[in-house]
Design a protein around this ligand. Structure first.
Ligand code: HEC
Ligand code: HEC
Ligand code: HEC
Length: 451
């Protein structure tokens, strides 16, 4: 039995890690957050529904079910794992293809324990977080799912993992170690307790922001202190001033979770844009404030990926008062600068010429971009002010797809630009738009980070 044990645990690890990868993978309908206006109504709340079902619709938003099961709950979104894709299932009330035969007790077991009536679920479904979901919320969710239009079709794709990964009961062993993934803290105000419940049990923020331990469970000692996420990095969101979000006010956190933007400080791209687009922008002010209030009191963890505070005096001003919104002025100015620096010629490898040739058509000569065309301003963003340039280098190499399907995408430059050129642009962006006094990323650093 011993050798098998090793294979199995390796297997469990990779499957368990799938929850982390979910968001970078589940992308067919995703987008850039720029210009997403705060949702004015809850799309899933209907006057036809009972109060209980409408409360359930709101809980489905707070628990981000749509991000993985699609907006119509028909399923089929791939959750990438190192050993193969796990696909979300149809959770509409179809008796044949969905969860129409579930009783409330089954529903509760699926959410809290990962037990479907006939099989054990993989933790790609975040039941370790939903484990702490309140009974009243589960009842409301169950009432809501009865009102969802049934989809009488199986998802386009279903999970087929090779032996022995297809033995779902192995998950039971993993569960003993890792469920539940968080414990409630003592001494919180009522608002903070609500925030704790939202952050840990509904929104499952930790599935991305908390690093994993050896068995791929969430490492409670490093709660919310930042974790790699495929080609992205979910940063430290504990209240440490240097490496976390200690300098953000509660109001800043609320604004960011509502809109994905915090002027000259943060912009939500990639997986975070999805969490905001599908979930947090729909939340009530009260709930966003509760999360912000809780995030201000979680244990402070200092990490080595610290952040230079925005030094407003080092950040550039827009080139003129009109250029950010006047696209023609912006285009003319770019053409002028390009000929002045000879940008685009094969011989000019100066950092500014490279930036003008590769980036400025979208992000502007001055970094303030074109908000009207939904391109992100990059001035002062936390992702370009970190001591570790990894996040910025990954974005330059692999691009970023926005979180709503009308949003523009940023192309990746890993094929077009050499490591030395990516290093050069990285340094240029960090110093000129991030306010860093200096930046010395080398071609070798880029090579190591993209490996
Ligand atoms: C075709 C237009 C386009 C070009 C060219 C482009 N970008 Fe982007 N960039 C975007 C869009 C759109 C986003 C927002 C994507 C999203 O919402 O996830 C973005 C996002 C970013 C971000 C923010 C990422 C984050 O989440 O913090 C940075 C930094 C960035 N780009 C840098 C660059 C650099 C440097 C270059 C040149 C190598 C470049 N971009 C070229 C369109 C572009
Ligand atoms: C991070 C992605 C993710 C999120 C968020 C998520 N699910 Fe799932 N869910 C999955 C995956 C993947 C499966 C299939 C797992 C498997 O095949 O073992 C699944 C399976 C299920 C099942 C079992 C269905 C069956 O096959 O019998 C139910 C019920 C379910 N989810 C309900 C929900 C509800 C309700 C929510 C929101 C409260 C939710 N899920 C949120 C990924 C997710
Ligand atoms: C699907 C994975 C995922 C989930 C779920 C998620 N995040 Fe994030 N988060 C990220 C990534 C990736 C970034 C970096 C985004 C960027 O730089 O464009 C981020 C960025 C942030 C930032 C900005 C930090 C900074 O210094 O710029 C905050 C604050 C944040 N997340 C809070 C939350 C909260 C609160 C939740 C739960 C409601 C949450 N996140 C859920 C992946 C996630």
């Amino acid at each position: 039995m011993k050798p098998t044990g090793i294979v199995l645990s390796a297997t469990l690890l990779s499957i368990a890690s799938s929850a982390v990868m979910a968001d970078s993978a589940r992308s067919p309908h995703v987008t850039s957050l720029l210009n997403i206006s705060p949702a004015t109504s809850l799309l899933n709340v209907s006057p036809m529904n009972s109060d209980l079902a409408n409360r359930g619709a709101y809980i489905a938003r707070t628990a981000d079910c749509m991000a993985c099961h699609r907006e119509d709950y028909s399923g089929g979104i791939a959750i990438e794992t190192p050993t193969g894709n796990i696909y979300s299932t149809n959770i509409t009330p179809s008796q044949r293809y969905g969860i129409g035969n579930y009783t409330e007790i089954y529903f509760k077991k699926a959410l809290q324990k990962g037990r479907a009536p006939t099989h054990q679920l993989y933790p790609a479904m975040p039941y370790p977080s939903y484990h702490g979901m309140a009974d009243a919320d589960i009842s409301a969710l169950f009432a809501y799912f009865q009102t969802v239009p049934p989809i009488e079709m199986p998802p386009e794709k279903t999970t087929h993992l090779p032996f022995p990964l297809n033995i779902r009961t192995l998950m039971l062993a993993w569960n003993v170690i890792n469920v539940p993934s968080t414990k409630n803290r003592a001494g919180l105000t009522q608002t903070q307790q609500r925030g704790e419940y939202l952050v840990n049990n509904l929104e499952h923020c930790g599935t991305c922001h908390t690093p994993r331990n050896l068995t791929q469970g969430l490492d409670k000692e490093k709660y919310l202190s930042g974790a790699p996420l495929g080609k992205w990095y979910a940063p430290n969101i504990t209240p440490d001033n240097d490496s976390g979000i200690g300098r953000w006010s509660e109001g800043d956190i609320v604004t960011y979770l509502r809109s994905g933007l915090l002027d000259k400080r943060a912009y939500a791209g990639g997986p975070m844009a999805e969490a905001i687009a599908h979930s947090t922008r729909y939340l009530s002010d009260e709930d966003l404030i509760a999360m912000a209030s809780y995030l201000k009191v979680v244990p402070i963890i200092k990490t080595d990926d610290y952040l230079l505070p925005v030094d407003m005096s080092r950040l550039p001003n827009p080139l003129s008062s009109s250029i950010t919104y006047n696209l023609i002025e912006q285009k003319d100015y770019l053409a002028q600068e390009k000929s002045a620096t000879n940008a685009g010629s094969n011989t000019n490898n100066s950092p500014k010429a490279l930036y003008l040739a590769a980036c400025a058509s979208c992000h502007g000569v001055d970094g303030y971009a074109q908000p009207d065309a939904r391109y992100a301003s990059i001035v002062g963003l936390s992702s370009i002010r970190r001591v570790k340039p990894d996040a910025l280098i990954n974005v330059i190499a692999y691009g970023a797809k926005g979180a709503l399907n009308t949003a523009p995408k940023m192309p990746g430059f890993d094929k077009e630009l050499s490591h030395a050129q990516i290093a050069s642009i990285t340094n240029y962006v960090r110093v000129n738009f991030g306010g860093l006094p200096s930046s010395n990323v080398s071609a070798a650093d880029v090579k190591r980070i993209l490996k």
